[in-house]
Design a protein around this ligand. Structure first.
Ligand SMILES: Cc1cc2nc3c(=O)[nH]c(=O)nc-3n(C[C@H](O)[C@H](O)[C@H](O)COP(=O)(O)O)c2cc1C
Length: 212
């Protein structure tokens, strides 16, 4: 091949735009997939460790790191399911009791190989506003969700009203009345090979530009 026939050199790959493309894909592909759509394939410890480690890298005002995780697996899931049902029964007025909700609380945990109850541990001196501690835990949960999606794993943040009760917090072993349970994170491998589509309204409707 003479010099003239050489193919043109492709431009160098810009690591910054590669990272942006990876971030865009990760964030926009993150999807909620519920336990009814999980297969019964187990979750390996290595994957679970990555999910929890990434949660631990969430932003945290004052470095309080308020996220706490209670990981239910194997027989532990049955204990969780039993407690969720008993708490639902206790806290729900008779005329509002729904059998379908009660049943779901009893079965959902068993459809997921791992269920993580998520807690906010309030800083003892209470210097950081509570809302910021809750926000930090939400960031940690988003990190878990992004990591799960990156792995192709299904994940679902569930927040039944009983999550926020004192009974739930105490049952998890969070002693201070200032602590909170923020719900449950169900993890499992999706049964379907088709990754679900997401949808959002237009971002321009949620942004106000201020220039002067
Ligand atoms: C704080 C919080 C609590 C949630 N609780 C529930 C819930 O109790 N039940 C539910 O079906 N989805 C719950 N979700 C998940 C949303 O339904 C889900 O994020 C939404 O449908 C958008 O889908 P996507 O996550 O695939 O983008 C919760 C999400 C957040 C952020």
């Amino acid at each position: 091949m003479s010099d003239e026939e050489q193919p043109p050199e492709s431009p160098p790959l810009d690591p910054q735009s590669l990272r942006l493309a990876a971030a865009n894909a990760l964030i926009r592909r993150r999807r909620t997939i519920k336990p009814k759509d999980f297969s019964n394939k187990p979750i390996e410890n290595l994957h679970l460790a990555s999910i929890l480690e990434n949660a631990n890298w969430a932003p945290t005002h004052g470095m309080t790191e308020p996220w706490r995780f209670f990981v239910f697996m194997e027989e532990g899931r049955q204990r969780l399911a039993d407690y969720l049902q008993s708490l639902y029964k206790k806290k729900t007025p008779e005329d509002q009791f729904r059998q379908d909700k009660f049943d779901k609380l009893g079965t959902q945990a068993l459809l997921a190989p791992v269920v993580i109850a998520m807690g906010m541990k309030r800083q003892e001196i209470g210097k950081i506003p509570e809302i910021e501690e809750i926000e930090a835990v939400a960031c940690a949960i988003q990190n878990m969700h992004l990591t799960a999606s990156a792995l192709g794993m299904g994940a679902f943040w569930s927040s039944p009203p009983i999550s926020y009760t004192d009974e739930m917090r105490e049952w998890l072993g969070m002693e201070s009345e200032e602590d909170k349970c923020l719900g449950f994170f169900y993890l499992g491998w999706p049964e379907s090979e088709e990754w679900p589509e997401g949808s959002r309204g237009n971002v321009s409707e949620k942004v106000t530009w201020v220039r002067e």
